[in-house]
Design a protein around this ligand. Structure first.
Ligand code: VGL
Ligand code: ZN
Length: 198
């Protein structure tokens, strides 16, 4: 099992922080249990990337108030991450560097999009920067992180998932662990934020 990062972040690498928004954190409308545990590892990763001048992308769930994924519209979720609300803001404790590229997704009422690549210009922007490897963390392991990682792998990126930088909704107990195993099965490397080096 490839469990160690082959190299510290370098040219060709980018960090993707998925949906670390207030509504997915404890106290939020769709709180991920222990979602706030990702903050310290992700801040470590952000520092490693920003300190080397490497690109940082932050995706956000950015729904209209009548989004199809909300229960009132027949969807599975309570209302969350409505564009422009406090719940949709990035966590205040997340230290996004100046120049972070923000990727808004699932912005139209009729369609959901878990992956940060779905309906966005993320792939084009990564290509324009010559990115070949993505280091990924954020929320939630079993939904938007998994969907983003699967798309990244299908698009040909090497992917490292930060196991301490992700947390799961776990609608069914074990969903997060199964999602990590499935990502690894598809070719993602699972590593710890400490593996990013000093
Ligand atoms: C997410 C459920 C609904 C996520 C977004 O970011 O993982 N999960 N919308
Ligand atoms: Zn959503």
């Amino acid at each position: 099992m490839a469990d160690v990062l082959p190299a510290a972040p370098a040219a060709g690498d980018a960090l993707l922080v998925v949906d670390v928004q207030n509504d997915f954190l404890p106290g939020g409308s769709l709180a991920v249990p222990a979602g706030d545990a990702v903050l310290t590892p992700l801040n470590r990763a952000l520092e490693r990337f920003a300190g080397r001048g490497l690109p940082v992308f932050a995706s956000r769930d950015w729904h209209p108030a009548d989004h199809c994924s909300f229960r009132a519209q027949g969807g599975p979720w309570p209302p969350h991450c409505v564009a422009g609300t406090a719940g949709a803001e990035f966590a205040a404790a997340l230290r996004l560097p100046a120049g972070t590229a923000v990727i808004s997704k699932a912005t139209t009422a009729a369609r959901d999009a878990y992956s940060a690549f779905d309906g966005t210009d993320l792939h084009a922007r990564l290509q324009a920067l010559g990115v070949r490897r993505l280091v990924v963390g954020g929320l939630a392991t079993d939904y938007c992180v998994q969907a983003s990682v699967n798309d990244a792998l299908a698009l040909g990126y090497a992917v490292v998932v930060l196991r301490d930088g992700v947390a799961a909704v776990d609608v069914n107990p074990g969903d997060g662990e199964r999602a990590l195993a499935a990502m690894q099965q598809r070719g993602a490397v699972v590593a710890a934020s400490e593996d990013l080096g000093p």
